[in-house]
Design a protein around this ligand. Structure first.
Ligand code: PMP
Length: 406
């Protein structure tokens, strides 16, 4: 087993070693985007300094090197999420693009009387593309109700499955509250009702070991930048048979077999769904991020993150005048709260003045905010680099905010 030396892990993140005004930076916004370890920054630099070339095209050595590295990362992602084939891994620009590619690509399989079930607590990226699909096809969207924990209500879900939905879109972990859904069970139920399943793993990928074959979903999507990798790259995993049926949302170079003015034929997976020059440096950065995660002792990291989250929930509760939303021991990565009747933005600004980075707003989950009957809230979220000192600095700052506002 790999030793768990938290200081050594944190020291790999150069951004975290800075002061903001008088305070050390306390980064509690990993759910929006994670910080990047030096190895990811170095991998991107190395590519631009030594290997920069387009992939899959030229006969020269630099291009061969770039292509090899790019395709190696595809293999790395395959192992990382345990997909059956490397061709099932599509590089996109992020979760948003991945979901749009499915919602667009599946249009021809959807008809006017079809039903699409969408998690009520989903991120807008997992709502709006389905609404657009419904507009194009005449299909109907039905939100999946939540239980008191604000995770998906399995009974209500089973009821909805009696309508034989064509497609089910779920969040693995919600970004607004850190709620965890038992996606393997939900997918199994959806599958027995004959539905195609998509799981949004954007908030799960940095915290859980993901096995897409065990979850057994048709599509699993996530972003590199929330798992210690760079922005500009994401993954669309699809079960080969489902993925191969998607109509490409982007067409052009790289994705074709033959082009003539009498007609064009498309290439095969994965190229068919990767038109144009990809974000090569970001893909290489993602490879370094996977290596970073694989270098960590997984069980201890999980335990560290869970105990930090528990401590965070407990300290917030003890502080008083705090409303927590959907907080429970099963949550992962984030805690959402409001301070008395204070506006979340005011709280956020006063925290920022003390070096604390949290997110305040509707968290791209307006339907969930509506359900909670709030306009927004503050969210503190954690990554592997956070320590108990971060939580203590945050709570001390919140004590000051409370003294100022209440
Ligand atoms: N889904 C969830 C659950 C998310 O947290 C996010 C990012 N906040 C997205 C989708 C969208 O990801 P991206 O902005 O990287 O496309």
């Amino acid at each position: 087993t790999i030793a768990f030396e938290h200081d050594a892990i944190r020291a790999q993140f150069p951004t975290l070693a800075q002061q903001l005004d008088e305070s050390p930076l306390c980064y509690l916004d990993t759910a929006a985007t994670s910080q990047k370890p030096q190895s990811v920054i170095d991998a991107i630099n190395h590519y631009y300094q030594f290997d920069n070339a387009n992939v899959h095209r030229a006969a020269h050595q630099l291009s061969a090197r770039a292509t090899k590295h790019y395709e190696t990362v595809r293999e790395q992602v395959k192992s990382f999420i345990n997909s059956a084939k490397a061709e099932e891994i599509i590089f996109t620009h992020g979760t948003t693009e991945s979901i749009n590619m499915v919602a667009y690509g599946i249009s021809q399989q959807i008809s006017a009387n079809d039903i699409i079930l969408v998690d009520s607590a989903a991120h807008h990226a997992n709502i709006v593309p389905w609404q657009e699909l419904a507009k194009r096809t005449g299909a109907t969207i039905k939100p999946i109700p939540l239980n008191d924990n604000l995770s998906i209500d399995h009974c209500a879900f089973e009821q909805l499955l009696t309508l034989s939905p064509k497609l089910v879109a779920l969040s693995h972990v919600t970004n607004a509250l850190g709620t965890v859904n038992d996606v393997a069970t939900l997918v199994q139920k959806a599958k027995s009702a004959g539905a195609i399943t998509l799981v949004d793993g954007a908030q799960a990928i940095a915290h859980f070991d993901i096995d897409v074959q065990q979850i057994d979903c048709d599509f699993y999507v996530f972003s590199g930048h929330k798992m210690y990798g760079p922005t500009g790259v994401g993954i669309l995993y699809g079960r080969f048979a489902q993925l191969d049926q998607l109509v490409p949302m982007l067409t052009g170079g790289e994705m074709i077999k033959t082009v003539s003015f009498t007609g064009t034929t498309f290439g095969s997976l994965p190229n068919k769904l990767e038109a144009g020059t990809p974000a090569i440096s970001a893909v290489i950065g993602l490879g370094a991020a996977i290596s970073f995660i694989n270098s960590l002792p997984k069980a201890q990291v999980r335990q560290h993150e869970q105990s930090l989250l528990e401590y965070l929930q407990q300290q917030l509760t003890q502080l008083g005048d705090i409303t927590l939303y959907g907080a429970n021991a099963n949550n992962t990565g984030a805690v959402a709260f409001n301070l008395a009747n204070e506006h979340h933005q005011d709280v956020g600004i006063l925290l920022d003045q003390q070096g604390i980075a949290v997110r305040c707003g509707h968290h791209c989950a307006m339907p969930l905010m509506e359900l909670l009957a709030i306009k927004g809230c503050c969210r503190a979220s954690i990554g592997v680099y956070n320590s108990k000192q971060d939580i203590d600095q945050f709570i001390a700052a919140l004590v000051n905010v409370k003294a100022l506002l209440l």
